[in-house]
Ligand binder design. Sequence first.
Ligand code: ADP
Ligand code: MG
Length: 718
Amino acid sequence: MSTNPARRDAISAIASQPRLKGTFDFRNEKIDVIFGQNVFSLEKMEKRLPKDVFKSLKANIESGTKLDGASADIVAAAIKDWALERGATHYAHVFYPLTGSTAEKHDTFFEPNGAGTLAQFSGKALVQAEPDASSFPNGGLRSTFEARGYTAWDVTSPAYIFDSENGSTLCIPTVFVSWKGEALDKKTPLLRSMAAVNKAATRVLALFGKKHGFISASCGPEQEYFLIDSRLYHLRPDIYTCGRALFGAKPAKGQEFEDQYFGTIPDRVLACMMETERECFKLGIPIKTRHNEVAPAQFEVAPIYESANVAHDHQMLTMTLLKRVAAQHGFVCLMAEKPFAGVNGSGKHVNWSIGGAGVGNLLEPGNDPHDNAQFLTFCTAVVRAVDLHQGLLRASVASAGNDHRLGANEAPPAIISIYLGDMLNEVIEQVKKSGSASSSRKGGHMTLGVDTLPVLPKDAGDRNRTSPFAFTGNKFEFRAVGSSFSVAGPLTVLNTIMADSLDKLADELAVAIKKNSNFNTALQSVLKEILTKHGRIIFNGNGYSEEWHKEAGKRGLKNLRTTPDALPEIVAKSTVDVFERQGVLSKAELESREEIYTHSYVLTVNTESKLVSEIGRTLLLPAALKFAADLTPVEKTKSGGKLRKEVIGLADDLHDALGALDAAREVSKSDTHAQAKHSCDKVLPAMLKVRAAADALEEIVADEYWPLPSYQELLFIR
Ligand code: ADP
Ligand code: MG
């Protein structure tokens, strides 16, 4: 128990709180009954819409096209009736601006009509809205005099009702674009990239003679997060302002016991998780997994994978619900990538694959050699895409927060490489050598695609956790994504570079077939060439090791350590070319993104450094000096004198470090990129020096003087 009054009060409040009464019970409230009850699903549409309207809406959903005006009115009336029956009073277009968050503006259905009010909701209100969007970052795409971007219903993602304490809101997932049609959000490029994958994959599959439905990208995002008690959180201005601890000495007990991972979930946390899941189920989010993570107070939630655009919307909602339900349980949910230095940070593993009706998962090894030739073709396209655009992939996960995580010995390094696993790697090596693959077990050479490829065991077992991009049996897992990220950015990049790689492969294959007239020989030569050229990106060893950093350097792989190093990749020629070729983002749209993300980096470091200075000067230095002053009467004693000297010495260090930080903070560059570089190279190190002195003080200043809850308290008290 702390002897500092504020911390003591918080801790006794937590210790004496009555056990939270469950607000519901899954034994009475069946998941199969509540699942999707707040979603205006296809089944509900079918029940409530005239046959022809339903048919055309379904066609719109499948092709991702816009609804016509007359149908829109009918659909709007049906959605309104359903929403009113479920008690909704308001509706909102929900969109995903470039801040990476979720935005929404609510309007009520009810309008006065003389006698009273009447519930109104037109087709136009469903399909399109004009939020006052001038305050969203647009990176120069839209000057303020034409500030009105508009939101348009993304028919591929269903409308849903969001329940809150005092009422319910009908939410309509939308894209957010300028009047000129430029994407001002994260959803538009994601949808465009999915169309690109479909088109390119269709070309390749045609060469294999395959008939199939829409080829869609799928995503299953695993979300890591911390839960800490809100009473302690409110005593930490760094955490409630920046989402991460800017100070804090290493606790006596950290994660070294390794007793947390997959451990029994504490009751209070489990109650919070279950309620979050229940809210997710109501919204049709297929949550599957919950468990303790490696760090104390760290947990994970993961759904079953879905089509990438729906997975994106569901992931954003899951983050909202995690925070909201946590607050109802007296917790705060932290999604920063590295909330506590010295213990593991949080990532968001983005599991990704492509496939469709008729062909299944294209990244799944098949049951016969012909399927395996197709599987290898798609894998080879991934290898080329990731090698060519390794810098862009790194940029897609770049942020001030994630910089503290990437490269630490718990998260993948900033160097992008692909892990394939021994089995698949062996096959790839064979293809590279001979253009064919043989089973090492059976021996002998075989021709690709006929009767020959070894049957690849499914789930070929990836337990390598050090790779940023790992093949895990039937999908790739992009592990460098940060916990607070929207999955839209990384998914858009993956889809776009994959589409381009497939297009190239289709071109080359078509030429080779013309030359060889034999499909298998042609495929062999094309795959061999690509794998030889781009195989350097494959690495199956320990990504944390020193040797890998050296080896990666020799291979010429990029090591973009920080956000200012990585972000320029967004406007590199190779990026602009591929994004324009695939019709996903124009040069101007890419430039706006690069500018916004760079600016956001500067803002983050500015806020954090200002806070370090403020907390250091107004909370920590005074605490240390007060303690030193109170030691004056015992100055003559051996221990008192020694301690006082030590405290004053460290307080002077802290004072000097604060001076240096403020000097670094004052430097202002006119160019955002130069400012970002300065923030990275000068301000961040100066912050760390302040922290080092403060953390050293925390270890010797008497507990009652120290105003900030310790790591121990934050991570272990609940
Ligand atoms: P872990 O990585 O912890 O071993 P799992 O293998 O259970 O976890 O899967 C993690 C996530 O990957 C889940 O969200 C799961 O639904 C998703 N996933 C599984 N198959 C695919 C696929 N073909 N495409 C995309 N995501 C997938
Ligand atoms: Mg995983």
